[in-house]
Design a binder for this molecule. Structure first.
Ligand code: UTP
Length: 298
């Protein structure tokens, strides 16, 4: 029987060094795309996919994240007094049902695999989702929802996948494809950050996963992999030949932005800004002007 996916892990314990000095005191996941922090996009996507329990793997210096999902009594009272019901409504999206959110700490940044493993007792014996909040995906149907629907048919383990230029494979986990079924591919191998000439395909894993609880046991047994970190990809790869296991790549419909990098974050800011009814005109005019000035200067 395939079980419903109701738990999601959000690994947010990384140091975010690519955004120093900002991340010296502000967690990367609190940085804002237009007017919402990255973590809000991730939570909204999880909610749309039917997730009921939200597990954050955090670290020292990330308490702003916990405050973000708490009530803000003074602010709320002030807004109520001023009759600002529209702003109170906006704040409601940040409120979590009591007991729906859990925080555990990864004491040492030993890699994504290790961060996920820190949540093993909270996950128990159920399939679970993993969402990396710095991969932001603009999609008509939110990416994890697309995956949950596909997973109901496949079971096993599923990773979000997208084609990347061959020369960029060294930045991703890359799939060795057994059978290409269109949106779904079955996987016969996974390689973390291969050099372009060694990459088995150009189908890269990005930050959405639905995993069997067995992956947790495998992470526990792993040694450090590529980059000296405990790699999630290596543990998922162990499931490829397991009975009732299997690993599927899922080509999602949507556009992914790498908000863990500066260029990706800026691109997402432009795309999400232009997608907003209240900003499109003014922001669009400004961008066109900038492009014209740039062209004229060349
Ligand atoms: P990244 O590779 O982007 O690392 O992690 P990072 O530390 O966040 O950022 P940089 O590279 O120093 O700028 C991918 C995801 O895995 C989490 C991060 O929080 C991010 O969501 N992660 C990474 C952990 O939770 N723990 C780790 O030990 C490493």
């Amino acid at each position: 029987m395939k079980r419903k996916v109701t738990k999601a892990i959000f690994p947010v314990a990384g140091m975010g060094t690519r955004f120093l000095p900002a991340t010296k005191s502000v967690p990367k996941e609190i940085m804002t795309l237009v007017d919402r922090p990255l973590i809000q996009y991730a939570i909204d996507e999880a909610r749309a996919a039917g997730i009921k329990e939200f597990i954050f793997v955090t670290a020292r210096g990330k308490s702003a994240l916990e405050d973000y999902f708490d009530t803000a009594p003074i602010l709320e009272a002030e807004l109520r007094r001023a009759g600002k019901t529209d702003l109170l409504e906006i704040l409601r999206a940040t409120n979590m049902e009591s007991g729906a959110i859990a925080y555990i700490r990864q004491q040492k940044a030993l890699g994504l695999g290790h961060a996920v493993w820190c949540a093993r007792r909270l996950v128990g014996n159920e399939p679970f989702a993993v969402i990396l909040p710095d991969d932001v995906i603009a999609a008509e149907t939110p990416c994890l929802q697309q995956m949950v629907e596909a997973y109901a048919e496949t079971g096993g383990n599923m990773v979000a996948a997208m084609e990347v230029p061959q020369e960029k494979t060294g930045a991703y986990g890359v799939l060795d494809v057994a059978e290409d079924m269109g949106q779904l591919v079955s996987v016969k191998g996974m390689v973390e950050k291969p050099a372009p000439e060694k990459a088995p395909s150009n189908l890269a894993v990005i930050g959405r996963y639905i995993l069997s609880p067995k992956v947790m046991n495998d992470i526990g047994k792993l040694k450090k992999g590529a980059g000296g970190e405990v790699q999630l990809t290596d543990a998922i790869a162990q499931q490829i030949n397991e009975p009732n296991g299997g690993v599927y790549g899922f080509r999602f419909r949507g556009q992914r932005f790498d908000c863990g990098s500066k260029a990706g974050f800026l691109q997402a800011t432009v795309a999400f800004g232009l997608a907003r009814d209240d900003l499109r005109e003014e922001f669009g005019d400004y961008l066109r002007e900038m492009v014209m000035l740039d062209k004229a200067a060349q």
